[in-house]
Design a protein around this ligand. Structure first.
Ligand code: GDP
Length: 545
């Protein structure tokens, strides 16, 4: 059975590294009943960090889509990396998501990477809820993080909860629960890893005034979105909580506000309400506008596809991961339906693909499915040519969706296999890794004979090198890329013998060896090289031997 469109949430947990995304995700899986133990990053046993490289490092590098139920909904959750070297990963996930949970640390607040991901989410028009985590940490400060979200991210954060206390158990007024400002009740969370209960209690005496103040502010922020709410509050009639929720939802979908929740994921405080907020406020695939593409069969005429099962199938590949029997290609389905063993068209490459098996990944198991409806996310086995950013569609109704843009790589290193017998294996493996990770590049420099790999940062390249060794037993030596320079030097600048030392500003950048025409009795000239790999920045060559 395909899932009902309005009951699907395609969301991502996004944040600065260390804010607690993985911990929040693990807790979500645990409370949903999908995972029978709480994975902990510090113990290296989390579910979404299934790559041993990630478990080792304690950071989430490759996003994995995990499906789990929450109340009447099915949540497809993509855990996105927070490290700056992997922002392109975040970007491709944002493209296929409908909503996001942004995690902040109550201690560190808004950090550089939180700004980056927030801006990315703005660009992709992703509605969000925010979770201020680590309320149990020394120095946790809910209000100052709220103010930072407003000031630095130019957002409209609207608390729908406030914390009771802050800081670890030994401090006075330690963090011990949250107040739900819609129900005006305290939520008390069961102690210990096995306890999933949330007890609703009365607000402690000393927090009643503060809670009332925050609730008044909440309602005030909502008046602009609902006359009914404003009139009710003027009449002093009790305001139905469902009305408040509906208005918040309206504001979230219009991206005019971001509800803010708080807690301590590590202690299991405040995570179930995030899931409630996801289902209550974030959009279902039905709430997002139809996707627009071009029809290559009709002179690239513009066309759109709605999340409608009767529309022809179309989807976008957003991830390719190695699996046991060939690659698993992750696709967001935008329209139509998909069954195993169907033929699909990849219009960008003009190839037909065989979609052999359909998979959903649960926390602790993989489940083969016989039907996937629009709005859903699915892992496909059997595709051979499609890579991230490609459109897949019904063979009779071609449509080409806008591809996913990737930034240029920023750093390169030269690698060479320890054994020259591994040369072919290395180039095949790099080609395959490139298919899986479009933010990584591998090129052979014909002039120097070196293989140059390039990526988004040092960590990115280091991870690739480790994967070569771990997954493919390819031990590679690393060198600095040798610069090769081929350009006709200007007429007047004939250089004798060898030249070396390139200066960029005050800094020695690289050494060069250039063979040039020998002109007897001529002083080594100073000359300007206008183009020089790899950066295409002008260099001044100041010395010639
Ligand atoms: P990510 O990099 O955003 O995925 O963050 P992790 O989930 O890996 O968490 C980073 C570190 O913060 C780990 O050591 C976690 O145990 C710790 N952590 C996560 N949530 C909390 C929390 O609510 N309270 C405290 N005190 N530590 C937390």
């Amino acid at each position: 059975m395909a899932r009902k469109l309005e009951d699907i949430r395609n969301i991502g947990v996004i944040a600065h590294i260390d804010a607690g995304k993985t911990t929040v995700t693990e807790r979500m899986l645990f409370y949903s009943g999908t995972s029978h133990r709480v994975g902990e990053v510090d113990k290296g046993n989390t579910t979404t960090d299934f790559d041993p490289e990630e478990a080792e490092r304690g950071i989430t590098i490759y996003s994995a889509c995990v499906t789990f139920p929450w109340k009447d909904c099915t949540i497809n959750l993509i855990d996105t990396p927070g490290h700056v070297d992997f922002t392109a990963e975040v970007e491709r996930c944002l493209r296929v998501l409908d909503g996001g949970v942004v995690v902040f640390s109550a201690r560190e607040g808004v950090e550089a990477q939180s700004e980056t991901v927030w801006r990315q989410a703005d660009r992709y028009k992703v509605p969000r809820v925010a979770f201020i985590n680590k309320m149990d940490r020394e120095g946790a400060d809910f209000e100052s993080v709220l103010a930072e979200i407003e000031r630095r991210l130019k957002a409209n954060p609207v608390p729908i909860q406030i914390p009771i206390g802050a800081g670890p158990p030994h401090v006075k007024d330690a963090f011990r629960g949250v107040i739900d400002l819609i129900e005006m009740k305290m939520l008390h969370f069961g102690d210990g890893d096995e306890d999933r209960t949330v007890e609703v209690r009365d607000i402690p005496e000393d927090y009643v005034d503060k809670a009332q103040l925050y609730r008044d502010n909440l309602l005030e922020k909502l008046y602009d979105l609902s006359n009914e709410l404003m009139e009710l509050s003027l009449s002093e009639e009790p305001i139905p909580t469902q009305l408040i929720r509906d208005v918040i939802r309206k504001g979230v979908l219009a991206r005019e506000l971001q509800p803010v929740l708080c807690g301590s994921a590590l202690d299991g405080i405040g995570v179930q309400p995030i899931l409630d907020a996801v289902t209550c406020y974030l959009p279902s695939p039905k709430d997002v506008p139809p996707v627009v593409g071009t029809n290559p069969a009709k002179k690239n005429q513009s066309e759109s596809r709605s999340p409608d099962p009767s529309d022809p199938f179309c989807g976008l590949v957003f991830k390719v991961l190695p699996a046991k029997h060939g690659d698993m290609t992750w696709v967001r389905v935008y329209s139509g339906e998909l069954k195993p063993n169907s033929r699909l068209l990849n219009p960008g490459r003009d190839v037909k693909e065989n979609c052999a098996q359909l998979w959903h990944i649960q926390a602790s198991r993989r489940e083969q499915v016989d039907h996937v409806g629009c709005g859903d996310i699915v892992g496909i086995i059997g595709l051979r040519h499609s890579v991230t950013g490609d459109t897949l569609c019904d063979t009779r109704s071609p449509i080409l969706l806008e591809s996913i843009k990737f930034p240029e790589t920023v750093i390169g290193m030269a690698i060479e296999p320890e054994s020259s017998a591994d040369r072919d294996k290395l180039s095949e493996t790099l080609a395959m890794m490139r298919r899986q990770d479009p933010t990584f590049d591998a090129l052979e420099n014909k002039d120097t004979g070196q293989t140059i790999i390039s990526g988004m940062g040092e960590l990115h390249l280091e991870v690739i090198r480790h994967r070569l060794l771990r997954d493919f037993k390819l031990n590679v030596k690393v060198h600095k890329p040798r610069v090769s320079y081929r350009e006709t030097v200007g007429k007047s600048a004939k250089v004798t013998g060898e030249c070396h030392r390139i200066i960029q500003g005050q800094q020695l950048f690289a050494k060069l060896t250039i063979q040039v025409e020998h002109v007897p009795n001529q002083q080594p000239p100073v000359m300007v090289i206008s183009k020089c790999p790899p950066d295409n920045v002008p260099f001044e060559l100041i010395e010639a031997a």
